[in-house]
Design a protein. Structure first.
Length: 71
């Protein structure tokens, strides 16, 4: 299976970077919700939903960064 052209991979990489930042910001906003704050006060940890947004955002950001800077 052949990889896409360099320009296509850069565009996909930039889209993944933007998506990763968006997911991380969305996770941050979710962590400030009332339900999340109650869960955090009781358990001392963020909810699974917030953590999944953080992790998915970070992975998306790193992969996008790699694809956009790869020659």
């Amino acid at each position: 299976m052949a990889m896409g052209s360099g320009a296509t991979m850069k565009v996909i990489g930039i889209a993944l970077v933007v998506l990763g930042i968006g997911l991380a910001v969305w996770g941050y906003q979710l962590s400030g919700s009332i339900g999340s704050q109650i869960t955090q006060a009781v358990t001392g940890a963020d909810t699974d939903r917030v953590m999944s947004f953080y992790i998915t955002g970070a992975v998306s950001f790193v992969v996008g960064l790699y694809l956009s800077t790869k020659k």
